[in-house]
Design a protein around this ligand. Structure first.
Ligand code: FAD
Length: 385
């Protein structure tokens, strides 16, 4: 439907890339999604295969194995990856290739880029981002993980929770306090690697949705992290963590919109086939109106996302636009999920119909990467309220 409004930011080259992504996802990933969801896990091999397809490196410069693409190319991959049909798999891949690797590319030194980007782009090494702690998520300045400089190392102590790829990660970008008295200038980011003595990675946590995804706790007990593993300058960790947030939030919003569209399309087919009282259930006015309501909300969310994406692409300030897109898309996604489920009747409640999975997976969008309340707070303040 976006074509009708003709506001899509994508050009011909993006649409060609879209077809490549779609073919790969539909052929190699989507057919296994249901099994991965059931197993509550997916193989590391998926990261390597996505790497072989060049999809971890879209936002990584060519000299480190990437394609040096831009946010528009990356947005195409986000949309098409949604077709996997498993929020957990999509989150794992997206966290690694679209959030962690670009952060290393942006803030890392030459040595770090060689060590983490090259194997990261190929999918040999998997990355995670550790911000949230048991005591602090929205209010990140309250984190308690500390790193004390001792000669050539930082001695890291503390814990993280809800970390995507936490169990399987080969390296984690850990936000910690290096100057507890220095306010926002007292944070740094350390790259903590699997196997460092004192670093433990928990088993995946049981969740409402994202079943195939690995969301885990991390514990640091006197981990001696070499100073050469500090990402970016000491004292810049908080600002660096915030620097990528707009893109991270937009990834989530774009994913919800595309996921909602898939649920809508599936439901449209279903209600024109399923009959009750002598006609397809889609021919009842009440259901027709439900479909129109959903189409309207999906399109509105999509255009908010594309508007924010264009601003991000142009390097313009877009905190408000991205926040509005994420808050609106999250709410729209929940509305579409529950409406599609209702239109499927009892089958909507069944696992095999996939609407049930979208219904569970979509709920995270109002929480992860900044809750809807926090984003509204920020927008409200920027509005001078
Ligand atoms: C599946 C999953 C994957 C995740 N992956 C990662 C990851 O890879 N890395 C990572 O670092 N984190 C990750 N997170 C953590 C996520 O970013 C946090 O859960 C989120 O930021 C909210 O923090 P919190 O859970 O501590 O909630 P809290 O901050 O405790 O918030 C609880 C409630 O209070 C509300 N609230 C808080 N402050 C205000 C306020 N000022 N005004 C109004 N309401 C307020 C919130 O909106 C929320 O409704 C993940 C979480 C989940 C569930």
């Amino acid at each position: 439907m976006a074509e009708k409004f003709n506001l899509t930011p994508f050009r011909e080259e993006h649409e060609i890339f879209r077809q490549q992504c779609r073919k790969f996802v539909d052929k190699e990933l989507a057919p296994q999604a249901m099994e991965w969801e059931k197993n509550k896990d997916f193989p590391d091999e998926v990261f390597r295969r996505v790497g072989e397809m060049g999809l971890h490196g879209i936002l990584v410069p060519e000299e480190y194995g990437g394609s040096g693409g831009d946010y528009l190319m990356a947005a195409v991959w986000v949309e098409e990856a949604t077709r996997i049909g498993s929020g957990g798999v999509m989150a794992g891949i997206g966290m690694h290739g679209l959030i962690v690797l670009p952060a290393v590319a942006r803030f890392g030194n030459e040595e770090q880029k060689k060590r983490f980007l090259v194997p990261g782009v190929s999918g040999e090494k998997i990355g995670a981002l550790g911000l949230t702690e048991p005591v602090a998520g929205s209010d990140l300045a309250r984190i308690r993980t500390t790193a004390k400089r001792e000669r050539d190392d930082y001695l890291l102590n503390g814990s993280k929770t809800f970390i995507t790829n936490g169990s399987r990660a080969d390296f984690v970008l850990v936000l910690c306090k290096t100057g507890p008295e220095a306010g926002y200038q007292g944070f740094s980011t350390l790259i903590v690697e699997r196997g460092m003595p004192g670093f433990s990675q928990g088993r995946p946590l049981e969740k409402l949705g994202w079943h195939a995804g690995d969301t885990a706790e991390l514990v640091f007990e006197n981990v001696a992290v070499p100073a050469e593993n500090r990402l970016g300058e000491e004292g810049r960790g908080f600002y660096n963590a915030m620097a990528n947030l707009e893109w991270e939030r937009l990834i989530m919003a774009l994913g919800v919109v595309y996921g909602a569209q898939l649920a809508f399309d599936k439901t449209k087919t279903y209600i024109m086939q399923r009959e009750a009282f002598g006609r397809p259930i889609g021919k009842f006015q009440v259901n027709r109106h439900k479909m129109v309501d959903m189409a309207m909300e999906i399109e509105a969310a999509r255009q908010l996302c594309y508007f924010a994406l264009k601003k991000l692409m142009n390097g313009e300030p877009c905190a408000v636009e991205v926040s509005l897109a994420k808050v609106f898309a999250s709410r729209m996604g929940e509305f579409v999920a529950t409406t599609c489920l209702q239109l499927h009747g009892g089958y909507g409640y069944m696992r095999e119909y996939e609407i049930e999975r979208f219904f569970r997976d979509v709920r995270i969008n109002a929480i992860g990467g900044g809750t809807s309340e926090i984003l509204k707070e920020m927008v409200g303040r920027l509005m001078g309220l």
